[in-house]
Design a protein around this ligand. Structure first.
Ligand SMILES: Nc1nc2c(ncn2[C@@H]2O[C@H](COP(=O)(O)OP(=O)(O)OP(=O)(O)O)[C@@H](O)[C@H]2O)c(=O)[nH]1
Ligand SMILES: Nc1nc2c(ncn2[C@@H]2O[C@H](COP(=O)(O)OP(=O)(O)OP(=O)(O)O)[C@@H](O)[C@H]2O)c(=O)[nH]1
Ligand SMILES: [Mg+2]
Ligand SMILES: [Mg+2]
Lengths: 294, 280
């Protein structure tokens, strides 16, 4: 069990009156396994452990009164620092509407997140518009419209745009927003594979034409090693502004958070913690660090 | 290599990297590497290019341990053959039901879909579109208790003499006790209505999921005996390696692999192809 591996590593050190470099590297080997079991990517773990080893051997761990605790602190702090500093809020446009665009793989939680962000914006007195730019998934527009009805806000879709072209739907939604006093446009795009060139180009086109203030990469919190592949491609193509990790109400350790953050350098802004529209939390690195380490 | 020889550390690390980045998981990867080590020590000599084949052999052996058998052969054993699809949120249950309906319908079977996800926005509409695509009938939900819908649907399945019934359920976290209880209740309703049903309870796993898939399989299996697995989204770059440890744990057949979003994007699971993708 994960937490035992981590605790064991430190118990080994705590029990000693003095420790040497080998004790430290042994403990870090256990931590490496713990991180891999938490779904952190193989190469991300490698560079993380290298950094932690450097810090541990360079600092006073060898001469510390409580080397185990000292090492916990180094690893924990290193993890928090890598995961990102304080919460990064969403960007706003100088002239409304602010445009926020949801992108990511199939089933990651984009449509639900669109509803959740709208819910938060409404609480802050804003007037969001939901934009159903997914013309592929069966009943995608109906799904978003249902959320719109729940939130009592309008949804702009292919029907309103008179077009099945996601680029045109997004573009026309901005005009619609201005005409109807909606100050935030939330673009819900179709799930797609990072290796689908046509669909990735579609996102690039939407970005080029509309220049959203905020592009959010929506990733499933249970994602394994593949998180690195998808994040790399999405950030390479779109240079997104932030990440939202969904389905964190399950018991996945969430190592994908560290992988995505390390590979892209972009801030994790929110965590989805359930299916209901009020279940969105600001991301806090300390909590995530504890969760990943078990 | 000489007899009793072993590989160097960097070779083991690169083998470990292949396995772990395929989501095989730490303990299963080390188990496989230990077996590989023992086997190499026994051989007279091992060429580097043979190592990949030996690794593939180990993986295939682990995947072939459980019950095998294709769903296509089983669906004709009982009428109506009731299949309950379960899994966490967004794994591809609804889409997979659409694909299965098309497949069985093409085989000449009369299929009934049951839209028992009464919770999520437009879930019923989504399945309805798949029913049109596969040209099969569907029992729609009107919101409310999924068990009530299932009760009615089972009646209809019996009286109208359907061959296969595909029951779609709402995605649910295996950690939510009330949702797992709801699932148990749905199963009981099916059991009461049709003897021997549900004949299949299939867990649909997202191929991009990491080690948590093992926890999902364990918890769902506790709630209702699983008869098979389907892994989706393997048309991406994820390898789905966590299936190996799940197979050790549950030993149920992996029926199909989802490889896309269209009606035909469902292929029978093949251990050799799966393993080749892991090691490439
Ligand atoms: N438990 C839980 N479920 C979630 C969360 N976010 C979304 N979901 C569920 O995950 C499933 C997929 O969510 P969607 O919003 O449809 O995902 P999507 O990214 O829009 O999917 P596609 O458009 O098909 O790519 C639904 O069942 C949602 O209710 C979350 O934070 N926790
Ligand atoms: N690329 C790819 N996408 C898939 C596959 N199977 C399903 N999807 C997509 O994944 C997303 C979620 O599929 P759904 O069928 O709605 O998943 P679900 O399990 O029914 O979701 P919930 O009912 O919300 O829990 C959709 O965008 C599907 O088109 C697959 O094999 N490959
Ligand atoms: Mg969607
Ligand atoms: Mg569904």
């Amino acid at each position: 069990d994960l937490s035992n591996k981590f605790t064991l590593a430190f118990k080994k050190l705590a029990g000693r009156s003095s420790i040497n470099e080998k004790n430290i590297t042994d403990a870090l080997r256990d931590i490496r396994l713990a991180l891999l079991e938490a779904d952190v990517h193989f190469s991300v773990v490698k560079s993380f452990i290298d950094k932690a080893t450097e810090k541990a051997l360079g600092q006073e761990v060898l001469r510390s009164v409580s080397p185990g605790e000292q090492l916990v602190k180094i690893v924990h702090d290193e993890l928090i620092e890598t995961l990102g500093g304080e919460h990064a809020p969403l960007q706003h446009a100088a002239i409304p509407p602010t445009v926020i665009m949801m992108v990511g793989l199939q089933g990651s939680g984009k449509t639900t997140l669109t509803g959740k962000l709208a819910h938060q914006l409404i609480k802050k007195g804003r007037k969001p518009l939901l934009v159903a730019a997914d013309v592929y998934r069966p009943a995608a527009a109906e799904q978003l419209k249902t959320l719109g009805r729940q939130l009592e806000i309008p949804t702009f879709s292919a029907e309103e745009a008179g077009s099945q072209d996601p680029v045109k739907i997004c573009f026309d939604s901005i005009t619609y927003a201005r005409q109807h006093g909606r100050d935030v446009a939330l673009l819900d795009t179709a799930g797609r594979l990072h290796i689908d060139d046509d669909l990735m180009k579609e996102l690039e086109t939407i970005k080029a034409k509309i220049k959203p203030q905020e592009i959010l990469f929506v990733a499933d919190g249970m994602t394994g090693q593949d998180a690195v592949n998808t994040a790399k491609e999405f950030v390479g193509r779109l240079d997104f502004h932030g990440v939202v990790l969904t389905k964190m109400d399950g018991d996945a350790r969430g190592g994908a958070a560290l992988s995505i953050r390390s590979i892209t350098g972009k801030p994790i802004k929110y965590l989805g913690t359930g299916e209901k529209l009020d279940l969105l939390e600001e991301f806090h690195p300390e909590r995530m660090a504890s969760r990943i380490l078990g | 290599f000489r007899p009793g020889a072993t590989l160097d550390a960097s070779t083991w690390e690169s083998l470990e990297e292949i396995l772990i980045t395929a989501d095989i998981g730490v303990s299963t990867s080390h188990l496989i590497l230990d077996k590989l080590k023992k086997r190499i020590q026994k051989e007279k000599s091992v060429q580097p290019h043979e190592i990949r084949n030996l690794l593939e052999d180990e993986l295939i052996a682990l995947l072939s341990g459980g019950i095998s058998g294709q769903l296509d052969d089983r669906v004709v054993r009982n009428k109506p053959y009731v299949i309950l699809m379960v899994g966490v949120n967004g794994t591809g249950k609804t889409t997979t039901i659409g694909k299965l309906a098309g497949r069985f319908s093409d085989q000449g079977l009369k299929v009934l879909m049951v839209a028992a996800d009464t919770f999520r926005a437009a879930a019923s509409d989504q399945l309805g579109i798949w029913a049109d695509r596969a040209s099969v009938e569907i029992v729609h939900s009107k919101g409310g208790d999924p068990s009530a819908l299932i009760f009615d649907a089972m009646d209809r399945a019996k009286s109208r003499v359907f061959d296969v019934v595909l029951v779609d359920t709402a995605g649910r976290m295996h950690t939510k006790v009330n949702l797992m209880e709801e699932l148990k209740k749905m199963r009981r309703v099916i059991e009461k209505q049709i003897v021997g049903a549900p004949h299949e309870t299939i867990l649909v796993l997202d191929g991009t999921t990491g080690q948590n898939a093992a926890a999902q399989a364990k918890q769902f299996a506790k709630a209702c005996p699983l008869t098979g697995l389907i892994v989706t989204k393997l048309d991406g770059t994820a390898k789905g390696g966590v299936l190996v440890s799940i197979q050790q744990d549950l030993g149920v057949p992996i029926y199909y692999v989802g490889v896309g979003e269209s009606l035909d994007d469902l292929i029978p699971f093949n251990a050799e192809d799966f393993v080749k993708a892991v090691t490439e």
